[in-house]
Write a protein that binds this ligand. Structure first.
Ligand code: SF4
Length: 334
């Protein structure tokens, strides 16, 4: 198996790709075979440092509209379909969004994503979000991102006008398993937004959640689908089961299974920034160090939509220990 891993790595470094059959073999490596897993991690690390980037991509979020979402995503505490007791509020004022952006900047983060809980925003909601971006564009030097649900070509143009350069829109899982997780919109709806983003010239950030009860094949299918769209960033979240949601009692995924999956994702998406996001602290704990050696070169920092995160300084130090550069614009400003 180690010879196979090395030969796939060499092919990828020479500009080739891994086949789906090879990916199926790698994802089956037993967790007890630590020697082979260590080799896989080392090869994934080499691909990351050679073909992706050693500049850590650190991004903070603001939840600019919480809860009362009409969609029924089974993992999400913000869906109005479930009794989760999550804090709910309408769109934050532009001043509040600016305040959150400035706080992120003060913590030493240069990327900032405005997120809203909603399948597709109404016209009024969208205009309120635009007002927030206007202020962020005028008063900060943050790189701006939006994660505001389904987007038409027209809305993408408006966002571009106000400094947004990257759109987050996760596929979450494979097309097969998506139907088990969400029924109020389709996988195709999500692919349409990704295609619109691509056509608009925006960078595309799209990934998923591990540990929702999906199979290893579902995880591979997600990564191969994202590879087709050449996504710049793949957020990798690990389910932190939320009380009241249908996935509340789902069995947790083993940390080493996550690490192995990240390695295989790195082989499938050699140039993409693999960004570890929600659930990393609770599910991976000390294994996060291994994840950043296994191909993760970005982090969502400073907390998530409805759950807290760890200190940004600690995350920056972890990335530096793994050999990544912290973007110059944020060094010393935390
Ligand atoms: S993931 Fe987004 S679209 Fe789905 S229920 Fe949560 S807030 Fe709504």
């Amino acid at each position: 198996m180690k010879e196979l891993i090395t030969s796939i790595k060499e092919r990828i470094l020479a500009g080739g790709a891994m086949t789906e059959e090879e990916a199926r073999r790698l994802i089956q490596i037993p967790l007890t075979d630590r020697d082979t897993l260590d080799h896989l991690i080392q090869c994934a690390n080499e691909i990351t440092h050679t073909l992706s980037s050693i500049d850590a991509d650190l991004c903070s979020l603001v939840n600019a509209k919480s809860g009362n979402c009409t969609e029924d995503c089974s993992f999400c505490s913000q869906s109005s379909h479930y009794q989760t007791g999550v804090n709910t509020y309408a769109i934050l004022s532009p001043e509040k969004v600016l305040e959150a952006g400035r706080a992120a900047q003060a913590r030493g983060v240069d990327r900032f994503c405005v997120v809203t809980a909603m399948g597709v925003l109404t016209e009024d909601q969208f205009e309120e979000v635009i007002d927030g971006f206007k202020l962020l564009q005028e008063k900060t030097n943050l790189k701006l991102e939006a994660s505001i649900g389904g987007l038409s070509a027209e809305r993408l143009e408006r966002l571009k006008q106000y400094g947004v350069t990257r759109i987050n829109h996760n596929l979450e899982t494979s097309e097969r398993y998506y139907k088990e997780i969400v029924t109020t919109h389709t996988y195709q709806d999500r692919l349409d937004t990704i295609k619109n983003c691509r056509a608009s010239g925006m960078e595309v950030c799209s990934g998923g959640i591990l540990g929702m009860g999906e199979t290893r094949q579902d995880r591979l299918d997600l990564a191969f689908e994202l590879a087709k769209h050449d996504v710049e960033v793949m957020p990798i979240n690990v389910l932190n089961p939320r009380p009241g949601t249908p996935l509340e009692h789902v069995e947790r995924i083993e940390p080493m299974e996550v690490i192995k999956t990240i390695c295989v994702f790195r082989f499938i998406l050699p140039k993409t920034c693999l960004k570890l996001g929600g659930g990393r602290e609770v599910n991976l704990g000390p294994y996060q160090e291994l994840a950043v050696k296994a191909g993760v070169n970005g982090l969502i920092v400073g907390g998530y939509l409805t759950t807290p995160g760890g200190p940004v300084e600690r995350d920056r130090e972890m990335m530096e220990r793994a050999g990544y550069r912290i973007p110059q614009s944020v060094v010393g400003s935390g």
